[in-house]
Design a protein around this ligand. Structure first.
Ligand code: NAD
Length: 296
């Protein structure tokens, strides 16, 4: 049993915290939302009065916060984790944030006497609930070895991607690829409709030939071929278009700073921004097929 301080008990952090409790760890939890904190306490966590209280006695701290500024504030801000946690504690940030902030916070943690990994996740709320997340980890070998057992209680696939920030790098590269491949898949199905080609027939071909990708085989953006995909429930998310825009922005920001050419990533960001800007940010990202068809 490990004493864990858990900060950020939202859609993802809530079920991840529950899985740590199920694995037998002792959790002291904190969230700005009283409802989220109460749900964690009902599941067996101890209620912390604030961020500092949550981490003061923890051997391991896990954060699952919305974005980079929240992570920076939680770790580096006044009364933040680096000032309040026990020296030698292992810090695990599972939030999806920009690579630069991840590396800056990790360096500050090391200077203050902590080991830290960035460990963003893929797999959505369903994966968080079922403890089947893919976890992409950046940090030293030693920090990764310490983090691994805790990460394995929340995820099924845990990959050490290299030094600090490399977990975030893997996450945004993967999600940029997903954003692009989903638009390509939507365009192919929308073209098939114009040509009088049945959705199922295109699926039968593309899922077994060179057009094959996750957006076709697991998350098909039209109803029918993959009964579990959001297309079968009116594009109820799943993974929201807002989240996709957030990750594509992070990818474009990283591409600009590093000098990488990502023209399709830029186009995907522009298209998803148009989709969310027309009031569909809470819909599943695969719902962009409606915009590509010209539906209102
Ligand atoms: P969420 O908004 O549901 O949860 C975030 C929680 O953090 C909220 O409950 C909020 O009250 C809390 N919070 C914010 N600032 C805080 C602070 N200073 N102290 C304590 N609590 C604070 O978001 P989510 O969907 O759980 O996503 C969390 C992270 O996971 C994001 O970075 C997101 O990009 C990433 N992610 C989400 C999904 C998904 O499908 N939802 C999938 C993969 C990755």
């Amino acid at each position: 049993m490990t004493a864990i301080g858990f900060i950020g008990l939202g859609n993802m952090g809530g079920p991840m915290a529950r899985n740590l409790l199920k694995a037998g760890h002792a959790l002291k939890a904190f969230d700005l939302s009283a409802a989220a904190l109460d749900a964690a306490v009902q599941a067996g966590a101890t209620k912390a009065s604030g961020l500092a209280d949550a981490v003061a006695d923890a051997e391991i701290v896990v954060t699952m916060l919305p974005a980079g500024p929240h992570v920076r504030q939680a770790y580096l801000g006044e009364g933040g984790i680096l000032g309040a946690a026990r020296k030698g504690a292992l810090l695990i940030d599972c939030s999806t944030i920009d690579v630069g902030t991840a590396r800056e916070v990790s360096a500050a943690a090391e200077t203050a006497g902590f080991a830290m990994v960035d460990a963003p996740v893929s797999g959505g709320v369903g994966g968080a609930e079922a403890a089947t997340l893919t976890m992409m980890v950046g940090g030293t070998e030693a920090a990764f070895a310490r983090a691994r057992p805790v990460l394995e209680a929340m995820g099924r696939t845990v990959v050490h991607c290299g030094g600090p920030g490399n977990g975030q790098a893997a996450k945004i590269c993967n999600n940029m690829l997903l954003g692009i491949s989903m638009i390509g898949t939507c365009e192919a199905f929308a073209l098939a409709e114009k040509l009088g080609l049945d959705h199922q027939k295109l699926f039968d071909v593309a899922s077994k030939s060179s057009g094959q990708c996750w957006s076709v085989t697991t998350y098909c953006p039209v109803p029918g071929p993959v009964p579990t995909s959001p297309a079968n429930r009116d594009y109820q998310a799943g993974f929201t278009a807002d989240m996709m825009v957030k990750d594509l922005r992070l990818a474009q920001d990283a591409a600009q700073k590093s000098g990488a050419a990502t023209p399709l990533g830029a186009a995907a960001q522009a298209l998803y921004s148009l989709y969310t800007g027309s009031g569909h940010g809470a819909a599943d990202f695969s719902g962009i097929i409606r915009m590509l068809r010209g539906e209102s």
